[in-house]
Design a protein around this ligand. Structure first.
Ligand code: SF4
Length: 292
């Protein structure tokens, strides 16, 4: 789609979050992806027609696959990679509008950063919601502790996340937040405090995963230099169970694990096979009297 991130292109910071695999850490990636990149300051987007076609063809591909695998009939279009509100408003509105018009699409879910959303975008999405569409904004919050957010080079603080979550809720939109367990120097008590902090913001859904190290990242350097020790599966699962028990029934749990099943994963190796990982997590939840 051509999205990048203000935490990578130097607008907020360079290099991105320390766990983000991007061209700052892999010159080959930048060669491979030497393509047009969006940002909100562009006066025109010469690639919009191509992007709209790309959106449609990706949708059709995934729709077919999910319909075959799960018998799905209705779909929410997920704008997942990088920061999907980091583009001129005309580009964003064209892409979101197109997604909402695709056959059997009942809504959209937009992954972004809390320092990269505007009242203009929220107003536009509020209108779509009023027309009966299901609209989700997914904010990468990761931790409620500013010292952690600094350590991972997040580029915004927790107060910024709280402010925009509140504004998004006031616009009547659904909010899903992402939290990571195992961030540098975080204790289990801190991880659970982050869970409580987002519960207190009345979010609608949460996605959890553990911090894992992939090759082309700043975290990979820290890991190789012994400066970062990944969370164990035992501690992750114990934290996950405690976190789930804290969730009120009106907060949906949208993800309990994540992994990378290729040779870019450096550590921890228990994150390699996300299918097996999910099975082990489900088993642990079952033992704790929880179902997922
Ligand atoms: S916000 Fe997302 S895309 Fe941007 S640097 Fe962090 S992980 Fe990468």
């Amino acid at each position: 789609m051509g999205f990048t991130c203000p935490n990578i292109d130097g607008t907020v910071a360079k290099g991105g979050c320390i766990y983000c695999e991007n061209e700052s850490f892999s010159p080959n990636l930048s060669k491979e992806h030497k393509v047009f990149k969006l940002n909100p300051y562009l006066t025109e987007n010469p690639h919009i027609d191509k992007q709209l076609l790309q959106l449609e063809s990706q949708y059709n591909r995934y729709k077919k696959r999910l319909a075959k695998k799960f018998g799905a009939k209705k779909f929410i279009v997920y704008f997942q990679s990088f920061t999907n509100t980091y583009a001129p408003f005309s580009t964003l509105s064209a892409l979101y509008e197109k997604a909402l018009e695709l056959p059997d699409a009942i809504g959209i879910s937009i992954g972004t950063r809390s320092d990269c959303i505007s009242n203009e975008v929220l107003d536009f999405l509020r209108l779509k919601k009023d027309e009966g569409k299901e609209i989700w904004i997914e904010y990468g919050v990761q931790s409620a502790f500013n010292e952690t957010l600094n350590a991972i080079n997040r580029g915004h603080d927790f107060e910024n996340a709280a402010l925009w979550i509140k504004k998004t809720k006031e616009a009547g939109l659904n909010v899903c937040v992402h939290l990571i367990f195992g961030l540098p120097n975080e204790t289990q008590e801190m991880m659970l405090q982050s869970v409580q902090s987002v519960i207190d913001l009345h979010v609608d859904a949460i996605k959890f995963h553990s911090l894992y190290v992939t090759k082309h990242t700043k975290l990979a350097r820290d890991f190789k230099n012994g400066l970062f020790v990944p969370i164990s599966e035992e501690l992750y699962l114990d934290t996950l169970i405690k976190a789930i028990k804290m969730l009120p029934s009106n907060i949906a749990l949208q993800r309990i694990t994540a992994g990378v099943q290729d040779d870019t994963l450096l550590a921890p190796m228990w994150c390699y096979d996300s299918h097996m990982q999910k099975n082990r997590a489900k088993e642990a939840l079952k033992k704790a009297g929880l179902e997922y």
